[in-house]
Write a new protein. Structure first.
Length: 353
């Protein structure tokens, strides 16, 4: 073996020192791990336990809310089609309302549970949460001042849904706009106007709401007849028309009460007005009014009762005045009248004399 091979195989003092230092560091690291493994295991198990409890609790609460919503929908379907169901909100609207409430509650539940679990996990890492909570509070206040309109719209939408002020399909007057509700959101309500336009109304801007589709509606018709007509015959004709209407489909379902003749609403020299009303299904008053006017007009015509504005009947030729169609005598018909003398031309002078 050569000298160079022996020198290379011989251990050097520097290499031995490096090995000893590495062994010492490995020993220190193993000792540090041995001292802290219980803390790590405790922290990991705590984090896993917090996450598991949060997930299970979130699942149980969301499932309970879903079962509650389904139970509400089943109770609404049970009364649908009955006499009680006709007086209550229809099943579809109650389903939409319950789904909206359930969505809000599920979102709030998830936010609270997961947010609390995140804070507990940060606390398990020995992180001081006081500065974080203080910063979140300041940011929340700043966001509240900057987005106060958004917060107002959201809170107003929540209370509108909870209080069932209106729903999809209702005809409402929201002050800033009116029409049929086609979508209800937590921030914006969408309406379709009478001419087909779509209005987007912020919930926070709605100060008053007139719902024309809740409970029942009233159909009112004013019948104007001549003052010489017999009121008893007028009442009888209108009552018969209303009674016939209540027995025919689909008006028997849309009318929730008899057609009532309230009496004279106004008496003038050339007319008198009879007020007729009927309680109808919500949102069906306009159609009932049109049909009621049609039937009342036919009933009055059949009874020989004329309404104001109708062309009067022509008198018979035998009793007519023969001089009614003659023109008044003209002033020019008499040769001695001042008008005739003024219109007579002046004769030319006689120049032969």
């Amino acid at each position: 073996m050569s000298l160079y091979a022996l020198l290379a195989a011989a251990p050097s003092p520097g290499a031995a020192g490096s090995l000893d230092e590495a062994a010492e560091r490995a020993g220190n690291a193993a000792g540090w791990v041995e001292e802290n493994w219980s803390t790590w295991l405790n922290t990991g198990l705590r984090i896993l336990l917090i996450a598991a409890i949060a997930i299970v609790l979130r699942y149980l609460i969301r499932r309970a809310l879903t079962n509650l919503i389904d139970r509400m929908n089943r109770s609404a379907q049970a009364v649908e089609g009955t006499a009680l169901g006709g007086l209550l909100v229809n099943a579809e609207r109650r389903r939409q309302r319950s789904e909206a409430i359930g969505s809000v509650l599920r979102s709030v539940t998830s936010f609270l549970i997961l947010g609390t679990a995140a804070l507990m996990i940060l606390g398990a890492f020995q992180i001081n949460l006081a500065p974080l909570l203080a910063s979140a509070g300041v940011a929340g206040v700043a966001l509240g001042f900057g987005a106060r309109n958004l917060v107002t719209d959201f809170l107003s939408g929540v209370f509108m849904i909870l209080e069932d002020q209106y729903g999809v399909g209702d005809s409402i007057d929201a002050g800033v706009a009116s029409g049929e509700v086609i979508e209800v959101g937590l921030r914006v309500t969408k309406l379709r106007g009478d001419n087909g336009e779509i209005w987007y109304v912020r919930n926070g801007e709605v100060k008053r709401i007139g719902n024309l589709s809740q409970g029942w509606s009233t159909a009112g018709v004013d019948v104007t007849v001549r003052p010489v007509e017999d009121l008893d015959l007028v009442r009888k004709a209108i009552a018969e028309a209303g009674e016939t209407m209540t027995k025919e489909e689909p008006w028997s379902e849309r009318l929730w009460g008899p057609v009532e003749v309230l009496g004279l609403d106004a008496v003038l020299l050339d007319s008198m007005t009879v007020r007729v009303t009927a309680k109808t299904m919500p949102g069906k008053s306009l159609g009932v009014e049109r049909e009621l006017r049609w039937r009342v007009k036919q009933a009055l015509d059949a009874a020989g009762i004329r309404m104001t504005g109708v062309v009067p009947a022509q008198p018979d030729a035998a009793t007519a005045d023969p001089t009614a169609s003659m023109a008044a005598p003209s002033a020019y018909a008499s040769a001695t009248s001042p008008q005739s003398l003024a219109a007579t031309p002046i004769a030319p002078p006689n120049l032969s004399k």
